[in-house]
Design a protein around this ligand. Structure first.
Ligand SMILES: NC(=O)c1ccc[n+]([C@@H]2O[C@H](COP(=O)([O-])OP(=O)(O)OC[C@H]3O[C@@H](n4cnc5c(N)ncnc54)[C@H](O)[C@@H]3O)[C@@H](O)[C@H]2O)c1
Length: 248
């Protein structure tokens, strides 16, 4: 299956976890990728794994006004075309909600939500030309209640709401914008996270899939690839849960 042959696709957060798996999946389907991450070493590791030599790596902090602007200026100069934008980069931390510091609140909102806004704003003019797609990675935390994630849940709820606004505003012009809402995927983000002291472990059960099995980033990459492809041409403005039935 080569759904992305001759298509130019941006993947953020490509240095790790779901972002790396998505880059590899799209590479196997023929995409010319622009992979982004703030972590140079991890990003270069992903780049080494890609078969398509037209693909390129870009160290960009998605929460930076100047960094994202500069990246799109270069993209326009080099390709002047974009077929899909996939926003995966994000951060998470667990705190008792009344103890979240302003610095942490701002950092999580700036990267997860404002970073997604920056990337979409710059990409939309080019995506309207190509009648392309945006896939934003949200979370089940946007749709159900997860303890200790006040800032993260607010950021992901923001991504889901923001994405639906884009979907109605640009859908009639042929641009599809959807969210994927994963849960319980084994990545560096979710492995042995630092938890607040003295948590009530009964609340942990509320963030487990029905079969109790954690899945791999590949199980999200396949869904992202579907939503970014022409196979999903009639899908716009959804939150697609990939959560093993967690919120069912
Ligand atoms: N793992 C899960 O169970 C799970 C569940 C729901 C949602 N998600 C979401 O999936 C996405 C990917 O998560 P993951 O589990 O693969 O995590 P991860 O930590 O393995 O990967 C996140 C990547 O984002 C990059 N990144 C962070 N801040 C950045 C910034 N400012 N600019 C550019 N790059 C930045 C990191 O360097 C890293 O490579 C996140 O948005 C996360 O919220 C993950």
């Amino acid at each position: 299956m080569k759904r992305f042959k001759n298509k130019i696709v941006i993947v953020t957060g490509a240095g790790s976890g779901i972002g790396r798996s998505t880059a590899l999946r799209l590479d196997s389907e023929g995409a010319d990728l622009l992979i982004l991450d703030k972590n140079q070493d991890q990003l270069s590791e992903t780049k080494m794994m890609l078969k398509n030599k037209n693909s390129s790596e870009h160290v960009v902090d998605i929460s930076s006004v100047s960094g994202t602007k500069e990246f799109f200026k270069d993209l326009k100069a080099k390709h002047n075309r974009l077929d899909a934008l996939i926003n995966i980069a994000g951060i998470l931390r667990f705190d008792n909600s009344h103890e979240v510091s302003l610095d942490d609140w701002n950092k999580i909102l700036n990267i997860n939500l404002t970073g997604t806004f920056f990337m979409c704003s710059h990409a939309i003019p080019m995506l309207l030309e190509s009648k392309g797609a945006i896939v934003n990675v949200s979370s089940t935390a946007a749709l159900g209640a997860h303890a200790w994630t006040a800032a993260y849940s607010a950021s992901k709820g923001g991504i889901s709401a923001f994405s639906k606004t884009l979907a109605v505003e640009y859908g009639m012009q042929g641009l599809n914008i959807n969210c994927v809402c994963p849960a319980s995927i084994e990545t560096p983000m979710s492995t042995n996270p630092k938890m607040p002291k003295d948590i009530d472990i009964r609340l942990l059960k509320k963030i487990m899939p029905l079969d109790g099995v954690n899945r791999t980033p590949d199980d999200i990459a396949s869904t992202i690839a579907f939503l970014a492809s022409d196979d999903a041409i009639h899908i716009n403005g959804i939150d697609l849960r990939v959560d093993g039935g967690l919120l069912t």
